[in-house]
Ligand binder design. Structure first.
Ligand SMILES: Nc1nc2c(ncn2[C@@H]2O[C@H](COP(=O)(O)OP(=O)(O)OP(=O)(O)O)[C@@H](O)[C@H]2O)c(=O)[nH]1
Length: 510
C-alpha cells in the first residue's frame, strides 16, 4: 500500500469511527460522553494509540447498549404475540387468519428494527378492528372498531362488555411493553403517566388516544413515523442535492481559479456526499438529526468560508480584470496611435519628400529580399542606375528651385516608360535606381532606352524657356551569387562609363 493510499484509508477509518459514534449517541448518557470523547479525539488528530484507548473504554458500554436494544426488541416481539393471542382467546370472535399470518410475518421480519415497531402496532390495531368488526351471525352488525371508539353511543358501550374486557387486557399488555422498553430517562414521566392511564383504563373511549400515546412514545424514542423519516430524508436529500449542485456549478464556473479553491470545493463535495451516505444508512432519527446538524453546520461554515474567500477572490479578480481591461484599452489606443505614428514615420523615412519616391533606405530594405526571391526562383532581375546629366548646371543656371522641379519631373518620365512591376527609388541627389524584377537584360535595356528617350524628348520649361534634360543609365543583371551591393556596383560602373562616353546613353553589363 502506498503512503498516500494508507493515509486515505486512515482518514476514511477516522471518519467512519466518528460517524458511527454519532449514530450511537442518544441511547445512553454514559455512552454519550464516551462517543463524544471518541469524536473529540479524532477531531484533535489524536494518534492511533490514544484513539484505541477511547475505543476500549467505549466497548463495554456499546455491548451493554446492544444488549439493552436486543432486550427491547425481544419484549416488543413477545408483546405482539401476546396481543394476537388475546384476540385468538376470545371464543366468540374469529381472527382473520390471513391478516394474522401477515402480521406474524411482519413481526418475524421487523421485530429487531425499532423504526418498524409503530407499523407493527398499527397493523395489530387493524387486525383487532377487523376481528371485532366481524359480527356473530345472530347479532346486529357492529360498526367499525375505530368508529365505535370514536362515535360511541352509551347503549353500544354497555353492549360491548366483551370488547371492553379485551381492551383492558390490551391496555395491560401495552402497559407491560412500556414498562419493559427501557426507554431513555427523558421519557420517565411520560411512561409513568401512560402506564397509569393504561392500567386504570375502564373507559373504552380512552383506549384509542392511549394507543396513540403508546405509539407516539415508541416513535419519539426510536425517531418518528416512517413517513416523517422518509419526508425528512427526502428534504435532506433535496437540500444536499441543491448544495451539491450549487457547489458543482460553482466549481464549474470557477474552475479557472486557483488549485486551492478546487481542493476546497472537492472537500466540500466530499462532505456533502459523505453526509448523504451516512443519512441514508441511519435508522435512528435522533442520531440522524444530530449527525445531520453536525454535518450541516460543518458544511455551512465551510460554505461561508468558501463564499467569503470566493467573494474576496472575485472582488480582487474583478478589480484586476477591470484594471487589466483599462490597461488593455489604453495599450490598444497607445498601440494604435503608435502604429499609425510608426507607419507614418516609416513611410516618411522611406519616402523622398521632394519626389514622393521611395528613397535610398527603402531601396536598401527592398533589394535584398527581391534578389533572394529571384535567385532562388531562378528568375531574372536587372538594376539600372539613372543619373541626370549636368544637373549642377541646371541648378547653377536656373536656380535650385528649378533644379527641384527637374528632380520632380524626371521620375514621372521614367515611370511612364516602366512596367507595373518595376520599382523606382530616388537614390540620392539627381540619381535614381530602377529595379526590373522578372526582367532579363534585353528587356531592361529596352525599357532603359525608352526612359532615356522619354526624358530627352520632354521639354522642361525653365522661366518660360524650354530646356533639354538627359539622363545616363547603367544596367546590370543579377547573377546567381550576386549580393545586392555587387549588382549595384556593376550598374554604377556602367553609368560611369555612360557618363565618360558622352552621357545621354544606356550602357549595360553584358
Ligand atoms: N536642386 C537640387 N539640387 C540637388 C539636390 N541634390 C543634389 N543636388 C545637386 O546636384 C548636383 C550634382 O552635381 P554633380 O554630382 O557634380 O554632377 P552633375 O552636375 O550632375 O554632372 P554629371 O553627373 O557628371 O553629369 C549638385 O550641384 C547638387 O547640389 C536637390 O535635392 N535639389
Amino acid at each position: 500500500m502506498t503512503e498516500s493510499s494508507s493515509d486515505a484509508l486512515i482518514e476514511a477509518l477516522r471518519k467512519a469511527v466518528s460517524r458511527t459514534s454519532m449514530l450511537a449517541e442518544g441511547n445512553d448518557p454514559e455512552l454519550d460522553s464516551v462517543v463524544r470523547n471518541i469524536r473529540q479525539s479524532i477531531a484533535k488528530g489524536a494518534d492511533a494509540e490514544a484513539i484505541q484507548d477511547v475505543l476500549n473504554n467505549a466497548e463495554p458500554l456499546l455491548i451493554k447498549n446492544d444488549e439493552a436494544r436486543d432486550n427491547r426488541a425481544k419484549q416488543v416481539r413477545e408483546t405482539m404475540h401476546e396481543l394476537v393471542d388475546l384476540l385468538e382467546k376470545q371464543d366468540n370472535l374469529k381472527v382473520p387468519q390471513n391478516e394474522k399470518k401477515n402480521l406474524e410475518a411482519q413481526v418475524r421480519s421487523h421485530w429487531q428494527t425499532p423504526s418498524q415497531w409503530p407499523a407493527l402496532l398499527h397493523a395489530y390495531l387493524q387486525l383487532a378492528d377487523h376481528t371485532l368488526n366481524q359480527a356473530p351471525s345472530d347479532a346486529a352488525p357492529k360498526s367499525s372498531f375505530f368508529q365505535r371508539l370514536f362515535n360511541k353511543r352509551s347503549d353500544e358501550q354497555k353492549d360491548s362488555k366483551n370488547d371492553q374486557e379485551i381492551m383492558q387486557q390490551i391496555s395491560h399488555t401495552l402497559a407491560g411493553l412500556i414498562n419493559n422498553l427501557s426507554l431513555p430517562s427523558d421519557f420517565d414521566d411520560d411512561i409513568v403517566d401512560l402506564r397509569k392511564a393504561l392500567l386504570g383504563n375502564q373507559d373504552l373511549q380512552q383506549l384509542p388516544s392511549l394507543l396513540d400515546e403508546v405509539i407516539n412514545l415508541i416513535m419519539a424514542t426510536i425517531g418518528n413515523t416512517q413517513e416523517g423519516l422518509a419526508n425528512y430524508l427526502n428534504q435532506l436529500n433535496k437540500q444536499l442535492a441543491s448544495i451539491n449542485s450549487s457547489v458543482v456549478s460553482n466549481y464549474k464556473n470557477q474552475k479557472n481559479l486557483s488549485e486551492s479553491r478546487e481542493g476546497f470545493d472537492s472537500s466540500l463535495q466530499q462532505q456533502v456526499a459523505d453526509t448523504s451516505a451516512a443519512a441514508q444508512s441511519a435508522d435512528n432519527l435522533e442520531s440522524l438529526k444530530s449527525l445531520i446538524a453536525d454535518r450541516m453546520s460543518t458544511i455551512s461554515s465551510t460554505m461561508t468560508e468558501y463564499r467569503t474567500q470566493m467573494h474576496e477572490q472575485e472582488k480582487q479578480a474583478t478589480q484586476s480584470i477591470s484594471q487589466l481591461r483599462n490597461k488593455v484599452v489604453r495599450m490598444e489606443k497607445d498601440s494604435t496611435s503608435l502604429r499609425t505614428l510608426l507607419k507614418e514615420k516609416l513611410a516618411q523615412a522611406m519616402t523622398d519628400a521632394l519626389t514622393d519616391l521611395p528613397n535610398r533606405a527603402a531601396y536598401q530594405d527592398a533589394i535584398l529580399p527581391l534578389c533572394r526571391v529571384m535567385q532562388s526562383s531562378k528568375k531574372p532581375l536587372c538594376l539600372a542606375v539613372c543619373d541626370i546629366d549636368h544637373f549642377k548646371k541646371v541648378n547653377d543656371t536656373w536656380g535650385h528651385l528649378a533644379g527641384d522641379k527637374v528632380l520632380r519631373l524626371v521620375p514621372k518620365q521614367i515611370r511612364s516608360a516602366l512596367d507595373k512591376e518595376d520599382l523606382i527609388f530616388r537614390y540620392g541627389g539627381e540619381e535614381f535606381v530602377i529595379v526590373f524584377p522578372n526582367t532579363n537584360m534585353e528587356q531592361a535595356e529596352k525599357r532603359s532606352e525608352a526612359i532615356r528617350q522619354q526624358v530627352e524628348k520632354t521639354p522642361f520649361n525653365m522661366n518660360g524657356e524650354p530646356v533639354s534634360i538627359s539622363v545616363s543609365i547603367g544596367i546590370s543583371q543579377l547573377q546567381a551569387n550576386d549580393e545586392p551591393e555587387t549588382l549595384f556596383s556593376k550598374a554604377d560602373k556602367q553609368l560611369y562609363s555612360a557618363k565618360e562616353t558622352g552621357r545621354n546613353k544606356v550602357m549595360s553589363d553584358k
